[in-house]
Structure formats: C-alpha cells, structure tokens
Design a protein around this ligand. Sequence first.
Ligand code: 13P
Length: 258
Amino acid sequence: MRTPNIAANWKMHKTVAEARTLVQAMVGDLQGLQEVECVLCPPFTALQAVAELVRGTGIAVGAQDMYWEEQGAFTGEISPLMVKELGQYVIIGHSERRQYFGETDETVNRKVHAALAHGLIPIVAVGENLAQNEAGETEAFVSGQVRRGLAGLSPEQARRIIVAYEPIWAIGTGRPATGTDANRIIGGVVRATLGEMFGRDVAEEIRIQYGGSVKPDNIAEFVSQPEIDGALVGGASLKAADFVAIVRTTAEVKGGSR
Ligand code: 13P
C-alpha cells in the first residue's frame, strides 16, 4: 500500500511573518493526521521559519525548486545542500517553472538526479496544456515528460520519487480534471510509463499525485481513485482550514480503503 502524500505549494505567496501565522494555524490539526504524509513548500525565504515550526511534528518541508550544483557562481540559485539543511522534499519541473523560467525536461532530469544524490525526495511535476489536451496529445506528451525527466534513474532511486500530474489547464482555474480522467492518465500513462522504465513492481510503489484546482470539496473525488495517491495543492494550501480539510479527507478516504 502506498502512503498518501499531500503537498502544499505556496508558490510566490507568504512573507516570513505570514508563513509563520499560516503554519501555526494548521500544525496542531495536521499532527493528528499522521497517516497522510504532509509536505509544506513555502518560498525559499520562509523555509527556515517553517522548518523550525514543524520540527518534531512529523510534518515535512520542501523547496519549490533548486539548482543541481552543490555550490558556485550561480547567482540567485539555491543548491541541494541548502535545501537539505531545511527540508526533505523539492518540487521539480513545476509547469510555472517550465513556462516562465525556461525549465526543460533536460534540466528537470539533472535536478532530479541531484535531489536523489543528496537524499531529497523530488516531487516531479508533469502535465499537458489546453491545446495539447484538446488535440488529443496528452498521453504522448506526458509520457515523454516522464521518460525524459526521469531518464537514467536506477529502480532503487525511482522508488523514492513522487510524480505530480498537473494538467496546466486545471491549475488555478477552478476547473479541475475529473477524478476518472486524472486516474486514467495517472494509471494508464504515468504509472504505465514508469513500469516500462523501471519495472512494474517499482512503478506500483511510486506515489503519484494529482494537482490542479484541488479544494476541500473535490479532494475525495481524486483520492478515492485507486491510482491517485495524494495531491499537490496550490491556492487551497494558503488557507489553513482548507488545507487541513484536504488532508483530513484524504486520511478518511485512504484509511477507509485499506
Ligand atoms: P492550484 O491548486 O491553485 O490550482 O495549483 C495547483 C498547483 O500548481 C500546485 O503545484
């Protein structure tokens, strides 16, 4: 059985003071929901404050991106060593990084290798845009992103990653995929591709999240699907009550299905 994982991607929201307030409002409730792995991904500037507030609670911390080199003349970047000091996870290849900041499958691949080499768990994001979806290109595109982004990993490394399927047209639009469609892509494309790359047994162990307009009132539709192991949550993770409700529903739905 795969342990469900819900990750909060705060994107470019929350000063350090605001981040503290948000974490303080949710940490007590989240601590009572340990059957779901829970990861908070604040902006780099708030990583330390968040890490201090969740220490000893079982709640994990992640960065939203990182560079693959350990150190050097790379102005503006942060390294795996720096993330590792403060967190356990790192989101890699978010569609907003791909769209606005030149991230490619090749840079995603370098970052995934670097994260694993440093003991971090990468949450690798993939997903098609609206034009690709409407043209019937979703399967080929997403499968290609998985293949190129995860190229060269050993099966032992692949076991440790998380993949987030986030259709771009569903991000921040209030227009999520349906549970059945997300399950079909996650099982039939993402997990199937992982199976071809790393073997079926390994693919069965890899957690795959859905992301895109996940809210308290639709999370059950996703996590009740057999292939969907959790969610990567944007907007709704900025409200303590909403994020706690998403984690709580996941615990209820996944706990009930065991
Ligand atoms: P929303 O939940 O705001 O749609 O964002 C999803 C996302 O991009 C999480 O990484």
